[in-house]
Design a protein around this ligand. Structure first.
Ligand code: GDP
Ligand code: MG
Length: 440
């Protein structure tokens, strides 16, 4: 995966936090050090790393967690929010309208490939694109664009030795096409000649969008280079290519915060379909291996039902009954398949198949409880051997399975008595998670 190492280092750092009993200054400081090291190793600019980490530190230590979140959950959420902010804030949305798009970037950054990928993207969205090769610097470049056009079934034009003239001709020729994508020439550096050429090209095209194409493996020069292009022609969006081929990429990704333009797409392979619209939330979630943390938090908010709050209170005060257990199962089920719910839980790594086993178990227990009377659920101590037999019959389960439920209930209740008061401040979701053997 993209930025594998950074992802692994971040999840490890967060796992350390979730393993701690509570969050205090030393826990936060240790986490910040881990975070900084991970980001620096991923090639993120030093200044950006320190800005980011001091913002996280400040928020974690000084902000009050929002209602329903524990200090730890608040910390994880802050880290997530700040990383999302850092890596783009906005989703890479592109307007599906008539427009002209100019791609700029250095030689080999992936401009021509991205031009074709972009054309393919618009075709899939139902628009009619055209490709224009304005790289008149290298003869093979024009042939490449024409060939890419043929490959994806998109009309293309690449002729002449003056980029601005080529562009002007293409605009006339493609007046019936909705999106015209202009591939420009690159050099090994942004020298005076290229600067002049790109300015003329931009003036001839008057593009609606200018996308900077930047390879993920570019390293620390990303910032400086992005800035130069931005000053020269103005950048409205960034395409980060070759995300499939590097463990770094932090510098390229953070260049969007330097040019102040969102990352629109990422290239994840050489093929025309290996191209994704960039979504910082999804990206960060995948990066730190937390599934979709955002929806976890939203869901945790949703399930703050009165019944659940009551059952959590009962749990803490030792009044925990099977009725409470029943309601907890219902709440978990409301959040979706257990497998997905578990994937959303920070730091939780379960052996394969474990979620399925738990899920089946929950269904069985719920069935068993459906065959109990209300009185039995509220006072489980009433349930002795003959009642177990009856419940098993009524629910179609084996007696052993009902006994297993009773054992689980007893164990949980005992555990809650022991832990009780100490954990009163924990969020409802954490309690719920713990009930099912998850640790948050
Ligand atoms: P240009 O000089 O900027 O036009 O760069 P090209 O589009 O010709 O791409 C240069 C090389 O990078 C080619 O070999 C492409 O196949 C490769 N390339 C472009 N985008 C990606 C990508 O997202 N992933 C990978 N692995 N290779 C890419
Ligand atoms: Mg090219």
């Amino acid at each position: 995966m993209v930025l594998d190492k950074l992802g692994a280092a971040l999840s490890e750092a967060l796992r350390k936090v979730t393993g701690k009993g509570f969050v205090d200054k030393s826990v936060v400081d240790e986490f910040i050090r881990d975070l900084q090291r991970a980001l620096l190793q991923a090639d993120v600019d030093v200044k950006l790393v320190f800005d980011l980490s001091s913002r996280i530190r400040e928020k974690v230590l000084n902000e009050k967690p929002s209602v329903g979140l524990t200090a730890k959950e608040h910390m994880v959420k802050t880290v997530y929010d700040e990383l999302v902010n850092f890596l783009g804030r906005e989703t890479g949305s592109v307007e599906l309208k008539r427009q002209k798009i100019l791609l700029v970037g250095l030689y080999g950054s992936g401009k021509s490939t991205s031009a074709a990928k972009l054309a393919r993207f618009f075709t899939k969205k139902g628009l009619k694109p055209a490709l224009v090769g304005c790289d008149t610097f290298r003869p093979a470049a024009q042939e490449q664009v024409l060939q890419l056009g043929r490959q994806i079934g998109v009309p293309s034009y690449a002729q002449g030795d003056d980029p601005a003239k080529t562009a002007a001709e293409a605009i006339k020729k493609f007046s019936d096409r909705e999106v015209i994508i202009f591939d420009s020439a690159g050099r090994n550096a942004l020298d005076a000649e290229l600067a002049e050429e790109l300015k003329n090209l931009r003036d001839a095209i008057k593009p609606d969008e200018v996308f900077l194409v930047i390879p993920a493996d570019i390293g620390q020069v990303a910032g400086k280079q992005s800035e130069e292009f931005a000053k020269l022609v103005g950048i409205t969006g960034v395409i980060v290519t070759k995300m499939d081929g590097t463990a770094k990429g932090g510098a390229a990704l953070s260049s969007c915060s330097i040019v102040n333009a969102p990352i629109k797409f990422i290239g994840v392979g050489e093929k025309v379909d290996e191209f994704e619209q960039y979504d910082p939330k999804r990206f960060v979630s995948r990066l730190i291996g937390y599934g979709d943390l955002q929806s976890l938090i939203e869901k945790a908010e949703e399930i703050k039902s009165p019944e659940l709050t009551k059952s959590a209170e009962n749990m803490m005060s030792g009044k925990y009954s099977l009725q409470d257990f029943y309601e907890q199962i219902e709440s978990i089920k409301k959040m979706g398949p257990l497998k997905q719910v578990m994937q959303m839980i920070p730091g939780l790594k379960l052996p394969d198949g474990m979620a399925d086993v738990q899920e089946k178990q929950m269904v069985k227990w719920k069935t068993a409880m459906d065959s109990m009377t209300a009185k039995e659920k509220l006072s489980p101590e009433l349930i002795e051997a003959s009642r177990i037999k009856r419940i098993a019959k009524g629910s179609g389960l084996k007696e052993d399975e009902v006994k297993e439920l009773m054992k689980h209930y007893d164990r949980t209740k005992k555990m809650m008595k022991i832990l009780g008061g100490k954990n009163l401040k924990r969020g409802g979701f954490a309690q719920l998670a713990r009930q099912f053997g998850m640790r948050m």
